[in-house]
Design a protein around this ligand. Sequence first.
Ligand SMILES: NC(=O)C1=CN([C@@H]2O[C@H](COP(=O)(O)OP(=O)(O)OC[C@H]3O[C@@H](n4cnc5c(N)ncnc54)[C@H](OP(=O)(O)O)[C@@H]3O)[C@@H](O)[C@H]2O)C=CC1
Ligand SMILES: O=C(O)C1=N[C@H](C(=O)O)C[C@H](O)C1
Length: 267
Amino acid sequence: MKETINIILAGPRGKMGSEALKLIERTENFQLVGCIDRKHDGKNIKDIDNTSELDAPIYTNSNEAFERLNADVLIELTNPEVGFEHTKQALLNNIRPVVGTSGFSEDQLGELKELSNKQQTGIIIAPNFAIGAVLMMKFSQMAAKYFNNVEIIEKHHDKKLDAPSGTAVKTAQMIKQVRESINQGHPDEKETIEGARGAEFDGFRIHSMRLPGLIAHQEVVFGQSGQTLTIKHDSMDRESFMSGVHFAVEQIIDMDEYVYGLENLME
Ligand SMILES: NC(=O)C1=CN([C@@H]2O[C@H](COP(=O)(O)OP(=O)(O)OC[C@H]3O[C@@H](n4cnc5c(N)ncnc54)[C@H](OP(=O)(O)O)[C@@H]3O)[C@@H](O)[C@H]2O)C=CC1
Ligand SMILES: O=C(O)C1=N[C@H](C(=O)O)C[C@H](O)C1
């Protein structure tokens, strides 16, 4: 294992980014070498975060950060548009990205996989860093072998930009891998209000709820004649994601391949 891991953090003022700063500060072998933020160019993280002792320059130009800083890993926690660009640039500079940012399209994920292979640079894209959420997805995949009627209900805070959530998309993809494809519901069903049945994915539905007060929650509900099975996970705070971020940073340092989902790194 590499002794000190040099990290660039994108999105340090965000809800996840500010938790990641605390994680980096309390982890002995993690070293923050720079931040990417659209504000405060040329300043230092200590000028804007007086809760920590961290000392690292801020760049608004991400390419400049990747070229100038001696970094091993990018932790990317911004939004889908800039997050995709940061991730590509990091790979081009052979800096390994650990991506929490959600909302990338399948084409974008494909592009990142190709670039990671070409650059021989590892990347972890984690739709959800919370261990409980990863287990919820795995358990849902197990259940889908026995129940092929399923709906996903994800609930998030109302500042979330993407819908459905990255976790819901990943859960749906994992279910699709093992579920016999069927179109659920009545064949003649009609929505009297558009969207009432949620988003369609391989014949089943994904519902997205956005409310203040929520953090990140998902229920996967399976149904069969006479019974239902609900698999549910709740993140009550953003600290819940940090052990997964820690794990991903420790793992990526020895990896040259593309990984989509922490379940691929768990036994
Ligand atoms: N994988 C996982 O387990 C989790 C993933 N997420 C995902 O992580 C991402 C961040 O979430 P969250 O922290 O809640 O979001 P926030 O909106 O709180 O934070 C996003 C940060 O990105 C910054 N930002 C926006 N544009 C740029 C830019 N051009 N350059 C640099 N920084 C920029 C924002 O700055 P400004 O304030 O100026 O807009 C803000 O500080 C989301 O995609 C979310 O879905 C969230 C939780 C868990
Ligand atoms: O935006 C969030 O908050 C979260 N985003 C991720 C997602 O889209 O699944 C992970 C978690 O649900 C929190």
